[in-house]
Write a protein that binds this ligand. Structure first.
Ligand SMILES: CC(=O)N[C@H]1[C@@H](OP(=O)(O)O)O[C@H](CO)[C@@H](O)[C@@H]1O
Ligand SMILES: [Mg+2]
Length: 561
């Protein structure tokens, strides 16, 4: 690293001292904390993003958001060239960089790292980082800190796109690096045109714009609501009413949003008895999660929840159905009968009933640890990989090989049997691959795919919710002395340290019919999460409470550990 670069880094780093006594770590989804603690971390992640861009010779994304967390929190995450999460082998460097106590230490870490990674800072083409942020007020000054970080690496350029959803920025980064059209407008155009294409392929004609049939969306008082309004104006065959857009005094994620609705199973603010029976959906604070629900008629504030597992199930059976239509006419002897490998990816939080349903439907189901980075990686191993977290984050990935086969197949069918059922199935799958955000889970593109599949099948939200019945479940969190004391294996389903607690969980779970329970340290909050399910709600609550007490006994403030 030349002298000019060293002195630039030392000078700018001096303006962003890390807060005293705070150790941050790159968790499930980047760095997250109270926004007042993040200036230095975001500045340093700006440096990291610039280095990553030099290393990969591609555009890198940097998003300022704390998703579903409270409005006073914020966070920063990095989009790799393919629009996915930052490569995991850079996470330890991110941790060290963010926690370096002095500018000198920071510079020596960078010098060491660029040597190890063989990053050439000088020369062309230079680096480029694209920035986006959610609607949190702290985002504005954090974006400035990110810019300072990027600009302190000579040759790195920065483009600030202002307020975006996380999936929009990741989509744009992916598109840019593939050489495709990559503006926000291009995003809206691709989503709306592929949605239109799917709707045009609906078998029995489309029924829309009836007041009764409209979709009501809770925007979590965040960025998703305002972006959905823009998209909505570009669609003419879907009626959407957006509430909780954040412009009527509502607070981001407070009593609203996908995380709240999914975890509490109650209606978000702005919804009530007038909505009983209607098809409703909820986005999270940065619009990368989506759940559906309907308001129950019993005057409680409970909802009938259609969570990520059911969205996954809807997508999986649709894809499977279209593939079987496509294969129907195919001669197994000819080269055109490509057997696509379809895989469904879940985490331990997936409701047991969903896993049973998917397996009974003949689908291959695998579990990974929590966090999109793990699910995405696994799904990418299939021709069509469909992944969802129960909380509503997920998408569908298509392999390049399968997509080129599908294009060719569609062309072949167009010439020999245009308008046939087989060709329509090929067109539908192609439209899905353009509609669904293949960079990352995206509430807006997911919502349009759900809507088009419901239309295709002629299903109400109730029919969809009835695909299978969720096992009652309960999630709790427990504060402990040191959450890193818990180490898990087998996709987080068993604790291997401290060992005694796993035996105790097994003994507790055995008392409940259809009981299942596991614990894991959160990657975004300083807590241990407890999950339990069982055949009744009371049993699930009791099991969760007992396991939470075990966590407290072994790891809580009263424990010796
Ligand atoms: C149980 C749960 O919902 N966990 C969430 C939450 O992670 P934790 O590591 O559990 O804090 O936030 C992640 C990022 O948004 C998301 O990927 C994950 O599913
Ligand atoms: Mg989110």
């Amino acid at each position: 690293m030349n002298e000019e670069q060293v002195s630039l880094l030392l000078k700018s780093a001096a303006l962003f001292p890390p807060p005293h006594g705070v150790k941050l770590s790159y968790g499930t989804a980047g760095f997250r904390a109270d926004a007042s603690l993040l200036q230095s971390a975001v500045f340093r992640v700006g440096i990291l993003a610039a280095l990553r861009s030099f290393k990969t010779q591609s555009v890198i994304g940097l998003m300022i958001t704390a998703s579903h967390n409270k409005v006073t929190d914020n966070g920063v995450k990095v989009a790799d060239p393919n629009g996915g999460m930052l490569s995991q082998d850079w996470e330890p460097f991110a941790d060290k960089l963010v926690n370096a106590s002095t500018p000198q230490l920071l510079v020596s870490l960078i010098v060491e790292f660029i040597k190890k990674e063989n990053i050439r800072l000088a020369g062309k083409p230079s680096a480029e980082v694209w920035l986006g942020r959610d609607t949190r007020p702290s985002g504005e000054s954090l974006i400035e800190a990110a810019k300072e970080g990027i600009n302190s690496i000579i040759g790195a350029a920065v483009l600030d796109f202002g307020v975006l959803t996380t999936p929009q920025l990741y989509w744009m980064v992916r598109a840019r690096n593939k050489g495709w059209k990559a503006t926000e407008q291009n995003y809206f155009e691709q989503l709306s045109s592929s949605f239109r294409c799917l709707m045009d392929l609906t078998p029995n004609g489309i029924k829309v714009n009836e007041e009764d049939d409209k979709l009501i969306v809770d925007g979590a008082n965040g960025v998703g609501g305002e972006k959905l309004e823009i998209l909505n104006n570009m669609l003419n065959n879907l009626a959407i009413e957006v509430r909780n857009c954040g412009n009527d005094g509502g607070i981001l994620n407070e009593g609203v949003g996908a995380d709240y609705v999914q975890k509490e199973k109650v209606i978000p603010r702005g919804f009530g008895s007038k909505d009983v029976g209607k098809r409703c959906a909820s986005l999270d604070g940065d619009a990368d999660r989506l759940v559906y629900f309907s308001v129950l008629s019993d005057l409680s504030n409970k909802v009938d929840l259609v969570d990520g597992d059911k969205i996954l199930s809807l997508f999986a059976i649709f894809v499977k159905e279209q593939l079987s239509i496509l294969y129907k006419g195919a001669d197994p002897e000819t080269h055109s009968s490509y057997q696509a490998r379809v895989g469904v990816v879940q985490t331990a939080y997936a409701n047991g009933a969903s896993t049973d349903y998917l397996k009974q439907s003949g689908l291959e189901v695998v579990l990974t640890p929590t966090g999109v980075k793990f699910l995405h990686e696994k799904a990418a191993q299939y021709d069509i990989g469909i992944y969802f977290e129960a909380n509503g984050h997920g998408t569908i990935l298509f392999s390049d090989g399968f997509l080129s086969w599908l294009e060719a197949k569609n062309n072949e069918l167009a010439s020999i049997s245009e308008g046939s059922e087989e060709q329509k199935a090929a067109l539908r799958l192609l439209a899905v691959s353009r509609l669904i955000n293949q960079a990352v889970g995206d509430a807006l593109s997911g919502l349009l795919l759900v809507e088009s599949i419901l239309q295709y099948k002629g299903w109400s939200v109730h029919k969809w919710a009835g695909l299978y019945e969720d096992l009652p479940s309960r999630q709790l969190k427990v504060k402990v002395v040191d959450r890193t004391a818990v180490v898990t294996e087998n996709a987080e389903t068993v604790v291997v340290r401290p060992l005694e607690i796993q035996d105790a969980i097994i003994a507790e779970t055995a008392k409940y019919p259809r009981g299942r329970s596991f614990i894991r340290p959160s990657g975004t909050e300083d807590v241990i999460r407890v999950y339990a399910e069982a055949s009744t709600q009371e049993a699930a609550d009791n099991l969760a409470n007992s396991v939470a007490m075990l966590v407290d006994r072994y790891l809580g403030y009263g424990s010796s550990g």
